[in-house]
Ligand binder design. Structure first.
Ligand code: HEM
Length: 241
């Protein structure tokens, strides 16, 4: 091949590899913010075990945080904005990597699909899409529109208490089922996310560090998901009223 053409081809390939690495770093860093967020959110949700008033009080604390340096709900809105930006970046990087993998040479792709890693990345993609749909439903249900699906509770009896809405909601088995499915997806996503994030950042390049990060990924995903499923299950079986 003409040396100039070879040089151009090599430069193109190098640029593509750099972009892929950059996208993976974006995914790992925004993913780390989500891990922090779900840990905090899971901890906050456990307050419902002490009744709706305890939950509402905690939610109110989030709104008054850093007052008077920030206005009422100021910190909450700053954090919400950060989460939205991180979500857009995370999803953009994911779709970019997704389309790059799909555009790879057919024979390489055929070999890749047979590999374990390809099953894993498919699971991350479709699991991620499912989690995104869950998030939209979840935000409409508890934050944006505050929808009560449980006819046994009148709007007047719930007032504007999110704690009471949570209790009314998780008395419905089908809603608990939706949440359990989402949490199963979250477990897989968190486990593979933490593990591959550690690999991307170069923290898992020895046998010992690989074992440590696989263990960490299991613990993080396990703690988050077990913590999240406790309130809906406790409400469903009538332990929290
Ligand atoms: C069983 C699992 C979960 C339960 C029971 C739950 C419950 C809730 C409740 C009750 C609220 C409203 C809080 C309030 O207005 O004070 C809320 C808000 C929210 N949840 Fe969840 N959640 C769960 C899982 C998740 C997961 C996995 C994510 C993220 C992937 C998530 C992301 C959010 C976000 C972004 C908000 C809005 C917070 C805000 O007001 O800015 N939740 N959740």
């Amino acid at each position: 091949m003409d040396p100039v053409a070879t040089q151009t081809l090599l430069q193109g390939e190098q640029k593509a590899r750099r972009t892929t690495v950059f996208m993976k770093i974006l995914m790992a860093t925004t993913g780390a913010l989500f891990v922090f967020y779900v840990l905090m959110h899971m901890y906050g949700n456990l307050k419902i075990l002490f009744g709706p008033a305890a939950f509402d009080e905690y939610a109110e604390h989030l709104r008054t945080m850093f007052e008077p340096i920030l206005p009422h709900t100021g910190f909450l809105w700053l954090f919400r904005a950060l989460l939205v930006v991180a979500l857009v970046v995370h999803a953009y990087a994911a779709f970019t990597l997704w389309s790059r993998a799909n555009g790879a040479r057919p024979q390489r792709y055929a070999v890749k699909t047979a590999a374990k890693g390809a099953v894993r990345s498919k699971m991350m993609r479709w699991g991620g899409v499912f989690l995104l749909l869950f998030l939209v439903f979840h935000l409409v249900e508890f934050t944006i529109a505050k929808v009560n699906f449980n006819g046994a509770f009148s709007a007047a009896s719930l007032g504007n208490s999110t704690g009471k809405l949570v209790i009314a909601s998780f008395q419905l088995w089908w809603l608990v089922l939706i949440y359990l499915l989402a949490m199963a997806a979250l477990f897989l996503h968190l486990f593979h996310g933490v593990w591959s994030g550690a690999q991307t950042l170069g923290w898992a390049n020895t046998a010992a560090s690989r074992r440590i990060w696989q263990g960490t990924a299991h613990v993080v995903a396990g703690v988050v998901v077990i913590g999240f499923v406790i309130p809906p299950l406790a409400i469903l079986v009538g332990l929290v009223k």
